[in-house]
Design a protein around this ligand. Structure first.
Ligand SMILES: O=P(O)(O)OC[C@H]1O[C@H](OP(=O)(O)OP(=O)(O)O)[C@H](O)[C@@H]1O
Ligand SMILES: O=c1cc[nH]c(=O)[nH]1
Ligand SMILES: [Mg+2]
Length: 234
């Protein structure tokens, strides 16, 4: 996808002039469709059904970008007319959604990678400290995948993404990609410096976190907007 922005481990974006780097770093996906759908997703009046559709669309656009460096191997197939040479994706790929909000990105990514496995990680942010709390881990004890793709629409302080990356590092995954729709600059910088080997894909980098560690302007609580669990104001 032409026009991707790639940055180094500090997260400071610079134009890439083409395909994302294969050596880690931050990849800011710049595309008119991405910007259009991010804008609609941010809007307070966007209802959960439309919000879910927007998350799916953006996840697919981002997954297209994030899969550019997947390896392939030759595959010969027979068309109705003759034999021809083709390719198939090589290696074992794991999709790792961070519960809950990451679930909203699973189906579009699985549509593009139907051979992938899905390994769930349950993490929520403690409301008082904003620290990630682990409550579920469905990684098998052995045989890590070749490439893991962490899915979470939001990367705020970066604590949840870092916890997931640490889990995958301990599991022994050689290549990890983080796909987040909206990130805060501070969180991107923190994750990129702690995990320089990880490739971080984002649709938008916002400038700030508020006193509750929410991304500003952001879009509010992604999990609540996907699953329609927003509590009415008192
Ligand atoms: O970068 P961080 O500061 O860690 O914040 C980002 C995390 O916060 C949200 O999850 P949340 O705790 O709201 O859980 P939920 O998906 O179950 O709503 C989001 O989906 C990320 O996992
Ligand atoms: O802005 C934020 C920060 C963390 N989690 C969210 O869902 N939104
Ligand atoms: Mg939430």
């Amino acid at each position: 996808m032409a026009g991707a922005i790639v940055s180094g481990a500090t997260g400071e974006a610079t134009p890439s002039g083409g395909a994302p780097s294969h050596r880690g770093g931050v990849h800011w996906v710049k595309h008119p469709l991405v910007e259009h759908h991010v804008t609609r997703m941010r809007r307070e009046t966007t209802r959960p059904s439309e919000f879910r559709s927007l998350v799916r669309r953006l996840a697919a656009l981002m997954a297209y970008e994030a899969t550019q460096d997947l390896l392939t191997q030759p595959l010969q197939v027979t068309t109705p007319l003759c034999e021809t040479d083709g390719v198939q994706i090589k290696g074992r790929i794991g999709i790792v959604p961070i519960l809950r909000a990451g679930l909203g990105m699973v189906d579009p990514v699985l549509d593009l990678l139907p051979m992938a496995e899905v390994w769930h990680l349950g993490l929520y942010r403690d409301e008082a400290t904003a620290q990630p709390v682990s409550y579920y881990d469905k990684l098998p004890a052995k045989r890590p995948v070749d490439v893991a793709m962490i899915l979470d629409p939001m990367l705020a302080t970066g604590g949840s993404a870092a916890a997931a990356l640490m889990t995958l590092r301990e599991w022994g995954v050689p290549q990890v990609k983080v796909l987040s729709l909206i990130a805060a600059q501070q969180g991107v910088d923190a994750v990129a410096s702690q995990f320089p080997e990880a490739q971080i894909y984002v649709c938008q980098i916002d400038p700030e976190l508020n006193s509750h560690k929410f991304i500003v302007p952001g879009l509010g609580d992604a999990g609540d907007r996907i699953f329609n669990t927003i509590e009415p104001h008192e």
